[in-house]
Design a binder for this molecule. Sequence first.
Ligand SMILES: Cc1cc2nc3c(=O)[nH]c(=O)nc-3n(C[C@H](O)[C@H](O)[C@H](O)COP(=O)(O)OP(=O)(O)OC[C@H]3O[C@@H](n4cnc5c(N)ncnc54)[C@H](O)[C@@H]3O)c2cc1C
Length: 372
Amino acid sequence: MSSTATKHVAIIGGGILGVSTAVHLLREGASVTLLTERSLASEATGRSLSWLNSAGERSTPYHQLRLAGVDRYRTLFAADPSREWLQFGGGLMWNAAGQREVTEARHAYETSVGYDSKLVAPDGIAALTPGIDAGAVPENAIFNPGEGWVSLPDLVEFLMEEFHSRGGRLVLNTGKSSVVLDGGRAVGVETEAGETYDADSVLVACGAATPAVVAPLGVEIPNGSPVSMLVVTKPVAHDVRAVMNTPRAAVRPNPGSTFALDHDWYEGRITEHADGTFSIPDDVVQELADEASKLIAGNPELKPASWKIGYKPIPGDGEPVFGELGQVPGCFVAFTHSGATLGLIAGELLAGEILTGNRHPMLATFRPGRFS
Ligand SMILES: Cc1cc2nc3c(=O)[nH]c(=O)nc-3n(C[C@H](O)[C@H](O)[C@H](O)COP(=O)(O)OP(=O)(O)OC[C@H]3O[C@@H](n4cnc5c(N)ncnc54)[C@H](O)[C@@H]3O)c2cc1C
């Protein structure tokens, strides 16, 4: 194997986790080949709400990792606050009518772990964040001032400039690539067409396809990925700065004065076809846009410009899966929900583990070995 300075890493998957890990590896002097099935950001990373947060309740290690994730975005933001694709305008959430106590309990929990959380009545929202139709809020809401959002396709483009300037090798349109083994150890990647790329270590960062890519290695990672849809609207004049999570629509500002919208109530209306494509009735897309319009001051007409459907990567137990496979030395995985929030920190920590072999304590509870 080559020395640390020239260690060669092959990464399968051109989403945010693959791209971020690649750039962090290059910064540490590794040589990197990034291979992906089609184009960059062709799957979840290209259709993500990408709200940067650790709101609500979850395991302490997951909460801490997400806070570190938001911290890395804050560093990036501070370097240039004018970027249209990364903003920290806070987050605003509310529940359906009759759930006042649920919202209060969430706020109390967030406060108990030091997460910045303001419980607010509808008439207090305008003083905290602009552009919201407070009439849409039935009882109370929570404003989390420390949250933000990123447009992942723009972040990938930004990181890829550094990838190329540091000499990374990008291989697009590989089809379904697989991990090559020699004596039980990962030694490279083979594309669907049979081209091989040798490596000292391999990272599988294939989003919802990660369990399928490691299955031939004899590794089982449960997959809980649901189908999802992200709608991007046509440009519309608005003052919204916060990401909104509400009973019928999640809404975030998006570059170009557009909005990104998603939710889960229409999952059952999505059809998966035999060729792997998805469809949804146009009226459901418009219904989501209409729901979002109700949340925005002045209730502007929102016109869907594009909508993308596919799997949202979620491991079977809901927790991230990061690190080397016990059964396959040299093969690492990155498979997680909230991969937008974790994108920078996960790439940083995984790059360190791949290059040094030192396991980072923040990833201790997220090892793939917990399923075996
Ligand atoms: C609708 C939606 C809303 C979301 N909202 C949020 C949010 O608010 N906050 C948050 O933090 N996160 C959110 N997420 C999650 C976040 O977007 C994802 O976790 C993240 O984008 C996943 O990145 P990834 O690199 O793991 O996977 P992906 O972006 O899916 O990339 C995997 C890549 O691997 C490639 N690939 C797969 N198999 C192979 C193979 N065999 N060979 C070669 N290439 C292969 C794919 O083509 C793809 O390009 C959301 C996701 C969705 C879909």
